[in-house]
Design a protein around this ligand. Structure first.
Ligand SMILES: [Zn+2]
Ligand SMILES: [Zn+2]
Length: 199
């Protein structure tokens, strides 16, 4: 029992997928990396407009997969990878809403949830502890990044705690640790198009 029953409401843009996020353990950060931006652009301009801020940053809540519960529409989960070594970028097939980024290997308990998925209660997520990859912000952010080491340490600590308490891959893995949907790797052409679409 993770307390997700009382968590923040999650909802995709069309409402078919709903769920809850337990905000008790996690960190807020904004990621300005090119990959997160290319991903949002690949899903579509309508998605990027919702997910990306004025500098191409994605606001994320990093936690462990077991803190996420899907109540309806789990069958809409789909996974993309920007390249053969990329993160599993979970989104909905119904309306292309980003749901969470996890690692390909089931070993490390990690999930980065785009805050655009959170329907209400974002004020309960705590302060932003990290601005990541500000050198890749577009247009430039005009300030220094911070908190990368702290965010990384928090990821590791949460992973260890989740592993010790027997938590697994949450709604993204079956009992055998396999992804619940077959991840699709973008072709080079698709990836280039997504990067080229970055203004
Ligand atoms: Zn949807
Ligand atoms: Zn990123």
């Amino acid at each position: 029992m993770t307390g997700a029953a009382t968590g923040l409401a999650l909802r995709c843009r069309c409402g078919a997928l709903t769920g809850r996020l337990d905000p008790a353990r996690g960190s807020r950060l904004v990621c300005y990396c090119k990959d997160c931006r290319a991903y949002a652009r690949h899903l579509g301009d309508d998605v990027a407009n919702v997910v990306l801020d004025d500098h191409g940053g994605t606001a994320l809540f990093q936690t462990t997969p077991d803190r996420i519960t899907i109540d309806t529409g789990a069958e809409h989960l789909a996974a993309l990878r920007l390249g053969p070594k990329g993160l599993l970028r979970w989104h909905t097939a119904c309306c292309r809403t980003p749901v969470a980024n996890t690692l390909f290997s089931p070993g490390l308990r990690f999930a980065g949830v785009p805050q655009s998925l959170i329907a209400e209660g974002k004020d309960r997520l705590g302060p932003v502890i990290c601005l990541n990859a500000v050198d890749q912000a577009d247009p430039p952010l005009g300030r220094k990044g911070y908190g990368v080491a702290r965010a990384g340490a928090a990821v590791l600590l949460r992973h260890l705690r989740a592993r010790l308490s027997g938590q697994g891959g949450g709604p993204f893995r079956d009992d055998g640790g396999r992804p619940v949907a077959e991840p699709r790797v973008l072709t080079l052409a698709e990836r280039r198009a997504a990067e080229g679409a970055v203004p």
